[in-house]
Unconditional design. Structure first.
Length: 122
Protein backbone atom coordinates (compact mmCIF):
# COMPACT_ATOMS: atom_id res chain seq x y z
CA UNK A 1 0.00 0.00 0.00
CA UNK A 2 1.25 3.43 -0.89
CA UNK A 3 1.07 5.74 2.13
CA UNK A 4 -0.26 9.07 0.90
CA UNK A 5 -1.91 12.05 2.52
CA UNK A 6 -5.31 10.68 1.47
CA UNK A 7 -4.73 7.36 3.22
CA UNK A 8 -3.73 9.25 6.36
CA UNK A 9 -7.00 11.19 6.21
CA UNK A 10 -8.96 7.95 5.75
CA UNK A 11 -7.31 6.29 8.74
CA UNK A 12 -7.93 9.37 10.85
CA UNK A 13 -11.61 9.49 9.85
CA UNK A 14 -12.15 5.79 10.58
CA UNK A 15 -10.46 5.93 13.98
CA UNK A 16 -12.19 9.19 14.92
CA UNK A 17 -15.81 8.48 14.03
CA UNK A 18 -16.32 4.71 13.69
CA UNK A 19 -19.05 3.75 11.19
CA UNK A 20 -19.67 7.38 10.24
CA UNK A 21 -15.94 7.74 9.66
CA UNK A 22 -15.92 4.73 7.34
CA UNK A 23 -18.73 6.28 5.34
CA UNK A 24 -16.96 9.65 5.28
CA UNK A 25 -13.87 7.80 4.03
CA UNK A 26 -15.78 7.01 0.84
CA UNK A 27 -16.17 10.74 0.26
CA UNK A 28 -12.49 11.33 1.10
CA UNK A 29 -11.47 8.67 -1.45
CA UNK A 30 -13.45 10.52 -4.11
CA UNK A 31 -11.58 13.75 -3.40
CA UNK A 32 -13.92 15.56 -0.99
CA UNK A 33 -12.72 17.37 2.11
CA UNK A 34 -14.78 16.28 5.12
CA UNK A 35 -15.71 18.06 8.37
CA UNK A 36 -17.33 16.04 11.17
CA UNK A 37 -20.12 17.07 13.58
CA UNK A 38 -20.89 20.45 12.04
CA UNK A 39 -23.09 22.48 14.39
CA UNK A 40 -25.98 24.46 12.92
CA UNK A 41 -28.93 26.25 14.50
CA UNK A 42 -31.25 23.22 14.39
CA UNK A 43 -28.76 20.55 15.51
CA UNK A 44 -25.65 18.76 14.32
CA UNK A 45 -24.87 17.45 10.84
CA UNK A 46 -22.91 14.16 10.92
CA UNK A 47 -20.44 15.40 8.32
CA UNK A 48 -20.11 17.94 5.53
CA UNK A 49 -18.25 17.01 2.33
CA UNK A 50 -16.92 19.70 -0.02
CA UNK A 51 -15.43 19.42 -3.50
CA UNK A 52 -15.14 22.00 -6.30
CA UNK A 53 -17.90 24.26 -4.98
CA UNK A 54 -20.31 21.42 -4.22
CA UNK A 55 -21.24 21.10 -0.55
CA UNK A 56 -23.06 18.02 0.76
CA UNK A 57 -24.61 17.84 4.24
CA UNK A 58 -24.71 14.13 5.10
CA UNK A 59 -26.72 12.60 7.93
CA UNK A 60 -26.12 8.90 8.54
CA UNK A 61 -29.16 6.83 9.58
CA UNK A 62 -28.01 3.86 11.67
CA UNK A 63 -31.33 2.57 13.10
CA UNK A 64 -33.21 -0.54 11.98
CA UNK A 65 -36.58 1.25 12.13
CA UNK A 66 -38.05 2.59 8.89
CA UNK A 67 -36.96 6.09 7.90
CA UNK A 68 -39.70 8.60 8.71
CA UNK A 69 -40.55 11.92 7.10
CA UNK A 70 -39.22 13.70 10.19
CA UNK A 71 -35.62 12.60 9.52
CA UNK A 72 -35.94 13.81 5.93
CA UNK A 73 -37.26 17.20 7.06
CA UNK A 74 -34.48 17.50 9.66
CA UNK A 75 -31.61 17.01 7.19
CA UNK A 76 -33.26 19.34 4.65
CA UNK A 77 -33.61 22.08 7.28
CA UNK A 78 -30.04 21.65 8.56
CA UNK A 79 -28.57 21.62 5.04
CA UNK A 80 -30.41 24.78 4.03
CA UNK A 81 -28.74 26.64 6.91
CA UNK A 82 -25.28 26.10 5.38
CA UNK A 83 -26.42 26.23 1.71
CA UNK A 84 -25.57 22.57 1.14
CA UNK A 85 -27.23 19.75 -0.77
CA UNK A 86 -28.89 17.37 1.73
CA UNK A 87 -27.99 13.67 1.66
CA UNK A 88 -29.60 11.03 3.89
CA UNK A 89 -27.32 8.02 3.97
CA UNK A 90 -28.86 4.79 5.26
CA UNK A 91 -26.39 2.31 6.72
CA UNK A 92 -27.85 -1.18 6.77
CA UNK A 93 -31.21 -2.47 5.64
CA UNK A 94 -33.69 0.02 7.10
CA UNK A 95 -36.83 0.52 5.05
CA UNK A 96 -38.15 3.86 3.80
CA UNK A 97 -41.77 4.76 4.52
CA UNK A 98 -44.03 6.05 1.74
CA UNK A 99 -44.42 9.46 3.35
CA UNK A 100 -40.63 9.70 3.68
CA UNK A 101 -40.28 8.95 -0.04
CA UNK A 102 -42.72 11.72 -0.93
CA UNK A 103 -40.82 14.14 1.38
CA UNK A 104 -37.53 13.12 -0.27
CA UNK A 105 -38.87 14.12 -3.66
CA UNK A 106 -40.57 17.26 -2.36
CA UNK A 107 -37.51 18.59 -0.49
CA UNK A 108 -34.98 17.36 -3.09
CA UNK A 109 -33.04 15.23 -0.59
CA UNK A 110 -30.74 12.59 -2.06
CA UNK A 111 -30.84 9.18 -0.44
CA UNK A 112 -28.02 6.67 -0.52
CA UNK A 113 -27.73 3.21 0.97
CA UNK A 114 -24.52 1.61 2.21
CA UNK A 115 -24.39 -1.95 3.51
CA UNK A 116 -20.71 -2.80 3.99
CA UNK A 117 -17.85 -0.36 4.03
CA UNK A 118 -14.19 -1.29 3.67
CA UNK A 119 -12.35 1.93 2.88
CA UNK A 120 -8.97 1.18 1.38
CA UNK A 121 -6.67 3.71 -0.21
CA UNK A 122 -5.38 2.67 -3.63
Amino acid sequence: MVWTWRSKLINKAVSKAGIKGKIAALYIMSGHSVSFNVKVKDGVIDFVAKKKGDIFAVDVYLKNKPVSAREVEDIARKASQINAKPVLLIYGSAKISEEALSKLRELNVKIKRVRKVKPRPH
